[in-house]
Design a protein around this ligand. Sequence first.
Ligand code: MN
Ligand code: MN
Length: 321
Amino acid sequence: MFMHNKRLQYTVRVAEPNPRLACLMLEQFGGADGELAAAMRYFTQGLGEADAGRKDLLLDIATEELSHLEVIGSIIAMLNQGVKVQLSEASKNEAELYQMIGASGTSAKESLLFGGGPALIDSAGVPWTAAYVDSRGEPTADLRSNIAAEARAKIVYERLINVTDDPGIKEALGFLMTREVAHQKSFEKALYAIENNFPSGKLPAVEKYASMYVNTSQGEGDMDGPWNSGDQWDRVDDLEQVMPADGGDGTASVGMGSDDKKAFTQLAARTMSDPTSDPTTGADMGAGPGAGRTSEGDLGGAADIADAVAMAEAMTKPAKK
Ligand code: MN
Ligand code: MN
């Protein structure tokens, strides 16, 4: 069960309201790498996890991410407090309110539709979606994805820190950013605590393809490194050699029963192309200059163009009083 503690995980001290900055902060509230996405990612993985250690880890971190959601949501609420009360109470004139809520496109939606409350949208107003959670129910795949998710969240916090000079916000964001670093460490440890963690899943890789590096982009700019050369790699520079990789004829085929085979033959006969036919088509008849025109005519002639220009000019003249 969940219980709520009335104190935040980190104290939120916002110097002054700023609805535009609030919109940017929404990226970590309802955005792709935001706290709700993180919480739902680890919560659902934890429920499905069979290993006691990983289940505990995932539920600990999921619950902490909800605490982060509360911190970033509180920052957003404080930043919107000014516009929220001014708009609700209509205590400024239209021009002043218009300017306040119109600081950015998203801040208008935040103020008008959501009344300044933190909404589950990103900084461009896009609603949060479960599609941000990419779990596959296989710990060696999910932990790698979690490591990347923590890295992304860290970077987004870093960018948000760079767009504000409010010391209280910077400090709270620095805390949230640092916690993602700690989570990344935990997920890496948990990944390597699984003895056979590469490749993911139960089936082994096919050995003769597992260390093949195919140099498919060749020419100036080719570069060697441990990612494509050395003892661990069977490097392929002569592409003919691996087309197709299995040494077969490289065609696609399927075994079909007699009914399917009959229908297949009928379809092929009905849609057969005749390379000797060269009929005149609508594209030939209507083609203008530069479009593969095959016949002379008065289409697009100088007189026609002059007429068309005159007609367009007549239509766009200012109305007479
Ligand atoms: Mn977090
Ligand atoms: Mn995290």
